[in-house]
Every structure is written in C-alpha cells, then in structure tokens.
Design a protein. Structure first.
Ligand SMILES: [Zn+2]
Length: 426
C-alpha cells in the first residue's frame, strides 16, 4: 500500500532560485520532447519511443552541461515518463472514442520528481536533494517507520514549496469476515457536508468560510487593477495564495475527519458517485463536489489501512425510500424538502434517512461478500493506494491498441537501456 505524505518545505533563497531554474529547464525539456513526438508523426508518420528519447536525453545532458546537464538525472527522466504516460493515455482515449485531449505544452511546471529516490535522503528535519543540499521541512505528523520511500516530489503551490514523499508500506491484513461492530452510513450533501446514520452531521468548519471571504476580497481587489500592471500581478498572486490555502485547509479538515471515522468505525458505506444528483444545483457545487471526492478517497484508504471495510453502494432511491419500512415516498420527495415523509407515517430528516439506507445497503453487501468468502474464496489483499508505478511499454506484437511503438524502427545505433533506467519493475 502506497501512502504519500506532504510536508511544507522551506528552501533558502539561493536554493529556491536554483529550484526555479530546474523547473524552467524541465519545462523546456517537456515541451521539447512533446514537440519531437508531434513533428516526427506529422512529417514522417513515425513514432518516437520513450527509450529513444531517453538515450537522446543522455546525449543532451552530456552536451548541455550548464543547462539540463547541471540537474540530477532523475527529474529529467521523470519528465520523459510523464510525456510517455500522457501519450499512452491519449491513445487509449482515442481507442475508446472519448475526447482525445492531445498532450499539452506547458507554460509553467510546478513540480519535479525523483522516481528513484535513493539519492534523496530524508531525516526528521531536512531532506537532502542531490546537487542542492539540505532543505528544511516541517514534519508535522509522523511517518510510520516501516515504509520504503518510493518517490519524492518537490512542488510549488503559489509561492510555497512542499515535498510529497510517497512510501510503500506492507499491505494491511484483509478485513475480517465477521459482521461489523460499529458500522455507519454516510450521506454527502449540500445542507450538511455529511450526515451519518448515527445522527451526526458534519459541516465545513468556520475557518473555511473565513478563508473564502478573504478569497472573495482578494478577487474583488484583483478585478479593480489595471491590466498588465505590477499591482495586478501582485493581486493575482494573492488570489492564488488564497486558493492554495483553502485547498490545504480543506484537505487538512478531510484528513482529520476521515482519520476519526477510520478509528471509530469498522465499516463505512458511501453512495457511489451519481453525477445526475449534482446537476442543476448551482452554488457551491464545485466546492462540495471536490470535498466529497476527497472524503471518499481518504476514507477508502484509511479504512483499508486499518483493516476496516469501506463499501460503495448504489445511490438509486436512497433519499426516496423509507429507512424504517422500505416504502417509496409517494409523491416523490422534491429536491428542496428537508423532511422525509413515508406513506406509512414515518418522518425523518431527509439526509438521516438517506444515510440509514446507505448503511443498510452497505451491510447487505458486506454480508453477501463474507458469505461468498466463507465458501472458500479468499479476498485479494486491498489494492495499492497511491500513484501508478511507471512501467515502460513493452513491445507487444499483434496488439491492436494504437500505440506509439507500433511503427517503431530500431533506433539508430541500437539503444541499450542505461543502468538504473525504469525497466519493467520487479
Ligand atoms: Zn416508513
């Protein structure tokens, strides 16, 4: 199981300047390799492979000693991998008939990654980055000791720097098949951020509202500034910083809430995501939407980590069915109604009713699963959480998937994979 810990980083001015230079070099590299692939395809109908670009990168670095050559190798290779992944995702979308979304040039790059972070040394107060030295960071929460560092990313969010450390931990044992002792159903909504089947309601904390007011002020101030002026640029940075702060506060809140849930409940049932439910609700939708996704994802991995169960149940009818007797509301409950009224006379808060339905469906599902499990099949361990591990495409003959490697000719000079390059991992 992969877990990522994100900490505030405090680079000294000289190191920050160097980091910014790196980002600029990497951005250039990113746009260059993207352009290379596009041009090769447009002019010669030839696909440029990842390995081809990797060997070109090595030569480039040897030549450009003050530019790309002055950076560690790892982040540069990571850029090639990002572009390769972007193209693969693009071709998959083309195959599946979705909107293709061709990989885009970058005007700005905000992060750089060490995909083989052996060279990055993490102590309790500093991280040591090759060719940069030590950078102070704030370890505001502990990292469990049994993790293996798999990836280190330095990122910049509106003038602030962070380091995201991805660790691999041993998979936790699978949840027990016995019935849960403290199960809860969650209804995510707009009136309350969440309503639990035990009657708890959760609202966004006050500090979020205050930050949002600050953001609104900053936005009004930005709107008054003359286009192209320095003051406008400063105001723009303030708005960006407000946005970034709100994002962090939301995340922090979601972390604390879901940690609390994971420690209290051994089964949590959520509704599966139903887009139609969200449509036409206007105000606050996007915010609430992002918040819900975050809560769901955090709850998923935190429960898995604690060997507790997380289930998603179909959302159809959860707000229209009586959680006491199972009858459908007749006439259907209108969108704005706060109280559920059952034809059988039961009355209950709308969201509480929904969350109890979610819990009942969650229990059913778990019951079914454990019945199947006791019939002999063991469940696979909980899936990895975290980033997909990058694996270069292996040449597949007879594959019908449109791919970059399809028309590949052997690269000139026969490229050997340099040592330490991302071969098919393990
Ligand atoms: Zn009823």
């Amino acid at each position: 199981m992969w877990l990522t810990f994100k900490f505030r980083l405090h680079p000294l001015p000289a190191i920050e300047a160097e980091l910014l230079r790196w980002l600029e070099e990497l951005r250039f590299l990113h746009n260059y390799v993207l352009e290379q692939r596009s041009t090769a395809w447009r002019s010669e109908h030839r696909s440029v492979s990842y390995l081809e670009q990797q060997s070109a990168l090595t030569k480039w670095r040897a030549f450009d000693v003050h530019g790309l050559g002055s950076l560690p190798y790892d982040p540069a290779r990571d850029i090639l991998q990002r572009v390769d992944l972007a193209f693969r995702a693009f071709f998959l979308r083309v195959r599946d008939g979705g909107p293709p979304g061709y990989p885009r040039f970058r005007r700005e790059l905000r992060s750089l990654s060490f995909g083989q972070p052996d060279s990055v040394l993490v102590s309790s107060k500093t991280i040591r980055v090759p060719r940069l030295g030590r950078i102070a960071y704030v370890r505001h929460r502990p990292v469990p000791p049994n993790g293996v560092l798999k990836r280190a990313t330095l990122l910049r969010e509106a003038r602030a720097w962070f380091v995201a450390l991805a660790y691999e931990f041993p998979d936790p044992p699978a949840p027990p098949t016995t019935p849960p002792t403290n199960a809860v159903g969650v209804d995510l909504g707009l009136t309350h951020l969440a309503t639990l089947s035990d009657g708890t309601t959760i609202d966004p904390p006050k500090f979020l509202r205050r930050s949002e007011e600050r953001l609104a002020r900053a936005q009004r101030s930005l709107a008054r500034k003359t286009r192209g002026s320095h003051r406008r640029e400063k105001a723009r940075m303030r708005v960006a910083a407000c946005h970034a702060k709100i994002r962090r506060q939301r995340r922090d809140f979601a972390h604390k809430l879901t940690s609390h849930w994971a420690s209290r409940h051994d089964l949590i049932a959520f509704e599966d995501l139903d887009i139609s439910r969200l449509q036409g609700r206007g105000l606050g939708k996007a915010f609430a939407d992002a918040g819900w996704g975050m809560l769901r994802e955090m709850a998923r991995y935190k429960l898995a980590r604690a060997s507790h169960r997380f289930v998603e149940v179909p959302s159809k009818g959860t707000s229209q069915i009586c959680s006491v007797c199972g009858r459908w509301a007749n006439p259907p409950l209108p969108l704005g109604a706060r109280e559920f009224v059952c034809p059988g006379g039961h009355r209950m808060d709308r969201d509480l009713n929904a969350s109890r339905n979610v819990l009942a469906r969650g229990r059913d599902e778990v019951g079914r699963n454990s019945a199947e499990l006791t019939r002999g099949e063991r469940e696979p361990p909980p899936g990895r959480v975290g980033r997909t591990v990058y694996q270069p495409r292996r040449a597949r003959s007879g594959s019908r998937e449109p791919s970059l490697t399809r028309n590949r000719e052997p690269p000139p000079g026969g490229v050997r994979r340099p040592e330490g390059s991302p071969g098919p991992e393990r």
